[in-house]
Design a protein around this ligand. Structure first.
Ligand code: NIG
Ligand code: FE
Length: 415
């Protein structure tokens, strides 16, 4: 099957296949072609170029982009979109002045979501989660990482991961599953954190790996949650099952999470609202992607990650939504891109790269998504005519997405 998209006003986000992520000042460039065409053969990008090199309009399907932009779909490398209900009750406490930690310490927060999830059937959880996945697809997300972590009991963690598996089989976008048993200490283990970490290591991880339900492992390594020592124990066991880390670090305090993540070769360390020079130094020369989540800073009134300092130090930066009921109830990657520019002072080009190729890397799909590259999956956003790339974050609420084309790798048992 051949599809030709012609009359493209600007084709944005072109990269050679050898580029797996963009670092430092390389993040400042988005390569584009004006007045372009793009050809898709069997779900993959098979050619593109300027109008002059236009092929015959003899494809099986011809799409007229009508002068709009064509760009890769967003990759959202950090979400918690499988959850039950919402936490709008706590929203009142939050705006009345209670901090995230205070709400959690009162037994709310993650434990509140875990109670609700426990009472929700797998089918109902799937139904609610599928609606959220469809919502982000309509907003241009073509790949998403989803974490467990609202189970906190073995059976409930497995329930979440089975829902993620069903989502993988159901929707035409790429999904990666991350096991986050160590998101909070489950209620049965209140006052016995060590016992809970034992449960994660000796019961949950073997069951999760035994059913091949996770691609990665995560730990909420932060003040009031899990320590670097807990994190190290979990990463040690996860490595035996071939699971690489994607660590929640430095959201609430300088937690040591970056250092422990890097020392185990984590694919990413995420949040990073509180980082000093040590964290920047520690990330240099590593394969670990720093992922910042400006939606959580916005919603919780926390500092924004020091993305510009990271880039000036030559590091890559990725931006993801953190879509979850407690700290970021939005999976809108155009909003994330806008926060990157407005609140973190990234240029539109840096923010674009942070939400596409660098998040693709942070979820391990950079070989097939995140840029306009021959051989990559044709997962594309087609927009109305836009005045510039800057218009994307500048006018982030304007409904200028005309069409999203999804492609993903085949999943076993699905076509
Ligand atoms: O990434 N910080 C830890 N986990 C989520 C929030 C989870 C929740 O509050 O439900 C986050 O912000
Ligand atoms: Fe998170």
């Amino acid at each position: 099957m051949r599809t030709l998209i012609h009359n493209i006003g600007k084709l944005c986000g072109i990269l050679p296949a050898s580029v797996r992520r963009l670092e430092g000042q390389d993040m400042s460039l988005v390569k584009c072609i004006d007045d372009a065409w793009l050809e898709i053969t069997d779900c993959k990008i098979s050619g593109f170029g300027p109008k002059e090199s236009h092929p015959e309009l003899n494809a099986d399907e011809v799409i007229d982009a009508e002068g709009g932009y064509v760009m890769p779909t967003f990759c959202d490398s950090h979400t918690h979109i499988v959850y039950a209900g919402s936490r709008d009750g706590e929203f009142r406490d939050k705006i009345a002045g209670l901090s995230y930690e205070e709400i959690a310490a009162r037994g709310g927060g993650i434990l509140n979501s875990a109670d609700l999830l426990h009472e929700t059937s797998e089918d109902e959880l799937f139904r609610q989660s599928l609606a959220r996945v469809k919502e982000i697809m309509a907003k241009g997300t073509g790949a998403v990482e989803i974490k467990s972590g609202y189970g906190l009991r073995t059976e409930d963690e497995l329930k979440m991961l089975r829902v993620i598996k069903r989502l993988k089989e159901t929707v035409p976008i790429s999904i990666k599953a991350t096991f986050l048993g160590a998101h909070a200490v489950g209620r049965e283990y209140t006052g016995n954190q060590k016992g809970y970490v034992d449960l994660v290591c000796s019961e949950m991880l073997p069951r999760v790996a035994g059913e091949s339900l996770a691609d990665y492992v995560d730990v909420f390594c932060d003040k009031g949650f899990f320590t670097p020592e807990d994190t190290s124990r979990i990463l040690e066991v996860a490595a035996k099952f071939g699971l690489r880390g994607k660590i929640h670090a430095n959201e609430l305090a300088v937690s040591g999470g970056v250092q422990v993540g890097v020392s185990y070769g984590a694919l990413s360390v995420d949040h990073l609202e509180r980082t000093g020079e040590d964290e920047i130094e520690c990330l240099k020369g590593t394969e670990t992607m720093p992922v910042m989540l400006p939606g959580a800073s916005f919603f919780l009134g926390m500092p924004y990650g020091r993305a510009k300092d990271f880039i000036n130090a030559g590091l890559p930066v990725a931006l993801a939504s953190d879509y979850n009921p407690g700290s970021s109830p939005s999976g809108d990657m155009r909003f994330v891109m806008a926060l990157g520019c407005i609140c973190m002072r990234l240029t539109p080009e840096q923010s674009f790269n942070a939400c596409t190729i660098n998040t693709a890397y942070a979820m391990g799909v950079e070989d097939r998504l995140g840029s306009i590259t021959i051989g990559k999956l044709a997962s594309l956003i087609i927009t109305e005519k836009l005045p510039s790339l800057a218009f994307i974050p500048y006018s982030h609420q304007t409904p200028f997405i005309r069409r999203v084309i999804f492609s993903r790798e085949a999943h076993p048992g699905t076509s």
